[in-house]
Design a protein around this ligand. Structure first.
Ligand code: THU
Length: 134
């Protein structure tokens, strides 16, 4: 199981491959699954601005492609010294594959700045188990 320092290193390496020519705000994410596999992602922007995708989103897509389905922990690294917290849409994307106590760490390239559970990021959230209820 990779430790947090290793996850920060991997998220930073992913961030450094981001395609963010419009916002100049590169972001990297590294997640570890319940099986201990690590997947990374970066934001990929587009000249048609709304079509850009977030780092968390691409890490989740890589996880699904790799067969992973349960996020144990996620690290997000932005371009500044301050914390880069997931956007609202990504909170919901993480929700699909995480439990309420799953930890999300907003980091800079050196250290963890903020650790939040998914439930703190997205309380009273809507998820797969809310579908098809009587
Ligand atoms: N962004 C992410 O990739 N993840 C976050 O947690 C926050 C924002 C991206 C989206 C966009 O490409 C750029 O950062 C500026 O919003």
């Amino acid at each position: 199981m990779p430790d947090i320092t290793e996850l920060i290193r991997m998220a930073t390496a992913a961030r450094d491959r981001a395609h963010a020519p419009y916002s100049h705000h590169p972001v990297g994410a590294a997640l570890v699954t319940d099986e201990g596999d690590v997947y990374t992602g970066c934001n990929v922007e587009n000249a048609a601005y709304p079509l850009g995708s977030c780092a968390e989103q691409s890490a989740i897509a890589a996880m699904v492609l790799g067969g992973g389905r349960a996020i144990r922990e996620m690290v997000v690294v932005g371009p500044t010294d301050g914390p880069c917290t997931p956007c609202g849409g990504c909170r919901q994307r993480i929700r699909e594959f995480a439990g309420p106590q799953t930890r999300i760490h907003a980091c800079n390239e050196r250290e963890v700045l903020l650790t939040m559970t998914l439930n703190e990021l997205l309380p009273e959230s809507f998820g797969p188990e809310n579908l098809n209820q009587r």
